[in-house]
Design a protein around this ligand. Structure first.
Ligand code: ADP
Ligand code: K
Ligand code: ZN
Length: 435
């Protein structure tokens, strides 16, 4: 089943023509409504009329996460506040989140692209579908929720947490579909064993898994333990949220909703576009967004685009699995975490030296984060033989970390000079998870 064959099965010529037309319109729109883009385009001597076909996209400037930070909170918003009906935020570094506003039209398109994904996974109006992404500022929960409603299946707004209660609902209501992070799916399976629900007691048949990287091995494990078929769904808040791309029944790459989100692959160092099939940094231009349209947004996700038509009948280009990131962002329980966020917390507390280590692991299928931080000499001298003082300092750091990272971290205080100082990008991270 295909939700919108008119848009998912266009010929390449039709698609390119539509993308070119939309690109021209969006460039004109940001030129008139976003001073940031107008200034950039003027500095490059580009007028909206210079952009007529989709190939002209190569003339346009890139947009980075840093641009979003520099223009925090609403600097890149194109629509007037009266037109914005929802605001999400994704984690940023240095405590500044990325704010994304959506107009009514944006929310409608998001529901449509979500419905396309769900239909490709095999979800229909007869399904009872549980959304177990986090509800709140994170785009996963509400994004998937509106898509399920738009499709017409019955949505269960389960959210995360309350896992045992959720599992009982899955059993008692005969819930047939679920959207969550792959690691939460494994955690569900684990908890099922613990409370004595077997996969024969439940009717789950479809899983929509995304928001973090996962492997074929994880897919097999989840499928075996929950008795369902798992599909990949990809997205990011800056562009929309989940539903930027989705697997079909062929499970050979994820189809991009390219009538709304135009993909390019570039060399992250030279910024040159790469030929189809090569691995590089994924870049998206939003072709229809009103709230916060972005030109050539650098996702930092590394992957390749897969040429050729797909046996499912869809012609939309596919992307391969995310193979890594060109920055040092970690995804822990689906939440984006930058080592620099931890650094900013540590620097803000006078008791700590600027030496720290993040140790990421997976225990019982759930990601864990341990932050080790060195105490300053004078603080160490005055506290190390007073357990209560050490305890208080640990609590102080843990609570500050929680509020900045939005996830709980274990904290371990270290004596001065005991954390190894090394050079390089991931000098502050040990990631023991096997992906
Ligand atoms: P979301 O709300 O979609 O998780 P965020 O902006 O919080 O959006 O995080 C987006 C990032 O999460 C992506 O840039 C990518 O690194 C990662 N991500 C999302 N979906 C997937 C997926 N299916 N596979 C691998 N990584 C993913
Ligand atoms: K994420
Ligand atoms: Zn397909």
């Amino acid at each position: 089943m295909i939700w919108n064959p008119n848009k998912e099965c266009m010929s390449r010529d039709e698609m390119s023509a539509l993308q070119g037309k939309r690109l021209h319109k969006i460039v004109e729109y940001v030129y008139h409504n976003v001073p940031f883009y107008r200034n950039k385009l003027q500095a490059m001597d580009i007028r909206p009329d210079d952009i007529q076909t989709i190939e002209d996209i190569k003339k346009l400037p890139f947009t980075t996460k840093q641009d979003l930070r520099d223009n925090y909170p609403f600097g890149l918003q194109a629509a007037p506040q009266s037109e914005i009906i929802r605001i999400h935020a994704s984690s940023g570094t240095t405590g500044k989140p990325t704010i994304v506003g959506y107009t009514r039209k944006d929310i409608g398109i998001w529901s449509e692209t979500m419905a396309r994904c769900l239909t490709a996974f095999g979800v229909s109006r007869d399904d009872i579908f549980s959304v177990a992404y986090g509800y709140g500022l994170f785009t996963g929960g509400l994004g998937a929720h509106y898509g399920v409603e738009h499709l017409g299946a019955s949505v269960i707004p389960a959210g995360t947490g309350n896992t045992e209660k959720h599992l009982k609902l899955i059993r008692d209501l005969g819930i047939t579909g679920i959207a969550c992070t792959p690691s939460y799916a494994l955690y569900l399976a684990e908890t099922m064993e613990k409370i004595g629900i077997s996969k024969d007691d439940i009717r789950l048949r479809i899983g929509a898994f995304g928001a973090e990287p996962w492997t074929e091995q994880m897919r097999k494990e989840i499928e075996n333990k929950l008795g369902l078929k798992g599909y990949n769904i990809y997205g990011l808040s800056e562009i929309m949220g989940p539903s930027v791309s989705y697997e079909c029944q062929m499970q050979n790459g994820s189809h991009i909703n390219e009538d709304h989100f135009y993909p390019e692959i570039i060399n992250p160092t030279t910024l040159e576009p790469l030929p189809l099939g090569q691995t590089g940094e994924l870049v998206f231009t939003t072709l229809t967004k009103e709230g916060m349209p972005l030109l050539r947004y650098r996702t930092r996700d590394l992957c390749s685009l897969i040429p050729g038509t797909c046996d499912c009948g869809r012609t939309n280009v596919r992307m391969g699995r995310i193979q890594g990131r060109s920055d040092d962002m970690l995804i822990i329980r689906g939440i984006n975490v930058f080592p620099s966020q931890v650094e900013s917390v540590i620097l803000s507390l006078p008791e700590f030296a600027p030496r720290y280590m993040l140790i990421v692991d997976r225990e019982k299928n759930l990601d864990t984060l341990l932050v080790q931080a060195e105490l300053r000499q004078e603080v160490f001298t005055s506290t190390f033989d007073t357990p209560a003082a050490v305890d208080a300092l640990e609590k102080k750091l843990a609570s500050k970390l929680k509020s900045v990272l939005s996830i709980a971290a274990k904290v371990q205080l270290k004596a001065p000079g005991t954390i190894e100082r090394s050079q390089g990008k991931s000098a502050h991270v040990i990631d023991n998870r096997k992906l």
